[in-house]
Design a binder for this molecule. Structure first.
Ligand code: CMC
Length: 392
């Protein structure tokens, strides 16, 4: 124990070995199970990527059909669960609702909690993937006080998620194929990112042999912070503020560089990427395509591009290797799709779910796993005697 050293933020501590996701931060490389993110974003689908992350290989067509069918069949939630989802106050932040809902889900499926039985773990995996889709749409609905719809088994994962989120009851609704494809791609980009804050949280909670629901619910809470998943929401707030102040990006950047009141350029910088975040490059392209296809020109996109332009040519950002991360442009796309700002981080959670599940499963089956229990360097008082209240 004399050799313990403090490593704030675990900058230099590997918590595990993993075969799931590879990142080379200097080169801007991201691969799931060896497949480059660019190829997956261009050619795969979210459920296929989920299968890949969780099972290690791309599914055959028959395997993918069986997996999609199984997930689809479990999208319905218990009526009491729907009632439960309706009990949160209007205006509750969707991330709080979402983590509570996923945690509560375990109480409805006690037969899916054994972390060591492979069939049970597979059941929990399918239940969580299926119901997160429904829950995320309900999170949106309840935040607006709108009725909760039932899933439609005949539709695909993303397509039906959009229908359940946006359709007006008893009215015809067809999601725009441009939106379906763009959202599918965004979910793929978010599906895993090795040992980030929320994934490490999922692993450390699971390391106590807590069940999958409890572990991923904790991941959702970790993701809610503005330095992590909450950044996509924070970016739009920042862009709005700049717009409200007359759209002067240069003045905002001056404040960032002077570190005025700790103001940061949200959506910039990353612990691992010291080069362009490869996800950000794909998202940026998609932002232009989606906004154009939807005819949703947005002045905020111009402000964002100006900020990026300034940053990429400014010594403050260059010397610190700060580039746009995945969150810089995603909010603009979600906004154009019709999502409220508070829904941006729940969408991140929907996308990250397969990664959390894959990482939890890898950990539970790794013989090297031990309960997560870091050490500390104590800097408090040395031993002293209790002082009775009248002598203090
Ligand atoms: N704007 C201005 N300065 C920054 C920024 C930023 N966005 N990010 C880092 N810096 C500066 C920081 O002030 C520090 O400067 P100095 O050396 O003078 O003290 C230096 O760059 C290093 O920053 P750090 O905070 O030590 O780096 P970190 O690895 O601990 O933090 C980060 C990584 C992502 C938390 C941070 O870059 C940040 O706060 N970014 C803004 C929030 C954000 O976009 N988060 C999303 C991350 S990606 C997706 C996700 O995880 O959800």
């Amino acid at each position: 124990t004399g050799l313990v050293t403090v490593d704030p933020g675990f900058m230099n501590t590997a918590s595990c070995e993993s075969k799931i996701t590879y990142i080379d931060g200097d080169e801007g490389i991201l691969r799931y199970r060896g497949y480059p993110i660019e190829q997956l974003a261009a050619s795969s689908t979210f459920l296929e990527v989920a299968y890949l992350l969780i099972h290690g290989e791309l599914p055959t067509p028959a395997e993918l059909d069986a997996f999609s069918e199984r997930v689809n069949r479990h999208t319905l939630v218990h009526e009491d669960f729907r009632t439960f989802m309706g009990t949160f106050p209007r205006g509750a932040h969707p991330m709080a609702v979402m983590s509570s809902a996923i945690n509560a889900l375990s109480t409805f499926y006690p037969e899916s909690l054994d972390p060591f039985d492979p069939d049970t773990v597979e059941l929990a995996t399918v239940l969580i993937l299926a119901k997160t889709r429904t829950i995320t749409s309900y999170v949106h609905r309840t935040s607006k006080g709108e009725p909760l719809l039932y899933p439609d088994y005949s539709r695909g994962y993303v397509e039906d998620f959009l229908r359940m989120t946006f359709a007006v009851p008893y009215q015809q609704y067809e999601p725009d194929p441009v939106v379906v494809e763009a959202l599918d791609k965004l979910l793929i980009l978010h599906a895993d990112h090795e040992q980030n804050c929320s994934t490490s949280t999922v692993r450390i909670v699971g390391s106590s042999h807590a069940n999958l629901y409890a572990s991923v619910a904790a991941g959702i809470n970790a993701l809610s912070g503005p330095l992590h998943g909450g950044a996509n929401e924070a970016v739009l707030t920042m862009l709005d503020e700049i717009k409200a102040n007359g759209g002067d990006a240069t003045d905002f950047m001056r404040r960032v560089k002077n570190k005025e009141q700790g103001v940061r350029l949200m959506g910039f910088g990353h612990r691992v990427y010291k080069n362009y975040d490869p996800r950000a490059a794909i998202v940026k392209e998609s932002a232009h395509a989606v906004l154009e296809a939807l005819g949703a020109a947005d002045e905020l996109l111009d402000i964002a591009m100006t900020l990026e332009e300034i940053a990429l040519n400014d010594d403050y950002f260059i010397s610190r290797k700060l580039y746009p991360n995945v969150d810089f442009y995603t909010g603009l796309i979600y906004k154009a799709m019709g999502f409220d700002r508070a829904m941006f981080t729940p969408l991140f959670a929907l996308g990250r779910m397969p990664g959390w599940i894959a990482q939890w499963r890898e950990m539970m089956t790794d013989p090297a796993t031990k309960i997560g229990r870091p050490r500390q360097v104590y800097t408090g008082e040395v031993a002293r005697d209790y002082v009775s209240a009248d002598k203090r």
